[in-house]
Design a protein around this ligand. Structure first.
Ligand SMILES: Nc1ncnc2c1ncn2[C@@H]1O[C@H](COP(=O)(O)OP(=O)(O)OP(=O)(O)O)[C@@H](O)[C@H]1O
Ligand SMILES: [Mg+2]
Length: 248
């Protein structure tokens, strides 16, 4: 079943008088429970697409197509106010970024719980105990039980990324959006992060959209699509299971 869809969206950046078309009339469907990888060269628009799917950015307004836009569970994001979009993002999505984006002054634990403060706002106080339990469980699960009070500068790259994944998961998002989650790590540490993501996918049936420029990383996903010249190459990917050809 589709959970997130983009229907005929385009995204053009404007720098002064220069128009930079990045995505051109492209569509994509993310199914519930799948791990989808989006491959593409640097500058092909992968991050742009991920931000649009997660409601961090909006596509170009296209008046020529009535149903163009991003949909979550079949409902268009286009009509939502900024506040509604913020709420949707905090509740339904977890983001993992290439450069962690952890807050340097906060401990690992605080970096995780801050995502719940964003989600619950003033209601956070009522949720605090439960959120702390959930954060402890996640950090523990990711092997960071004795790193909870460490600040990002006191953690290794792989540990920082695991804190960032715990932060992305603390609100039990419907979809995890990961932008080059291993891009800044050595191969071995990167493999460890991919194992973590793979376990999540297997054990929690977590829906994952992962952006990468590395075909070996994309191979770990159930399905991969490639962004080329602003559109997705929809031809079957190598990691799709072979369909038997029946001959009579
Ligand atoms: N805010 C912006 N204003 C203008 N141009 C932008 C902006 N953000 C991105 N671009 C341009 O859009 C194109 C796609 O950028 P994007 O970050 O989506 O690529 P990417 O595939 O994620 O690349 P990378 O693999 O290097 O992260 C690039 O050519 C970039 O220069
Ligand atoms: Mg990018």
């Amino acid at each position: 079943m589709p959970i997130v869809e983009a229907r005929s969206i385009s995204r053009t950046y404007r720098l002064g008088k220069v128009r930079v078309p990045v995505l051109r009339d492209m569509s994509i469907t993310v199914n519930e429970g799948e791990w989808l990888a989006i491959l593409g060269a640097s500058g092909s628009g992968k991050s742009t697409l991920l931000h649009l799917l997660g409601g961090l950015d909006r596509p170009d307004k296209d008046n020529s197509k009535a149903d163009s836009g991003v949909y979550f569970q079949d409902k268009p994001l286009a009509g939502k106010s900024r506040r509604e979009l913020d709420r949707h993002r905090a509740r339904d999505f977890g983001f993992v970024f290439q450069f962690y984006h952890l807050l340097p002054e906060l401990t690992a634990m605080q970096n995780v719980t801050v995502a719940s403060m964003v989600r619950y706002g003033f209601g956070y106080l009522g949720q605090k105990k439960q959120v702390r339990e959930q954060a402890t469980e996640l950090l523990d699960h990711f092997g960071l039980a004795d790193r909870m009070k460490h600040r990002p500068a006191e953690l290794s790259g792989g540990e920082r990324q695991r804190v960032a994944i715990a932060r992305a998961l603390v609100n039990n998002p419907r979809v995890l959006l990961a932008d080059e989650p291993t891009g800044n790590l050595d191969r071995e540490t990167g493999q460890g992060i991919l194992d973590t993501i793979s376990d999540l996918h297997r054990d929690r049936k977590q829906t994952i959209v992962m952006v990468t420029h590395d075909p070996l990383v994309a191979k770990r996903a159930d399905r991969s699509l490639r962004l080329v010249d602003g559109v997705l190459d929809q031809s079957p990917s190598e990691n799709a299971p072979m369909t038997p050809v029946l001959q009579d």
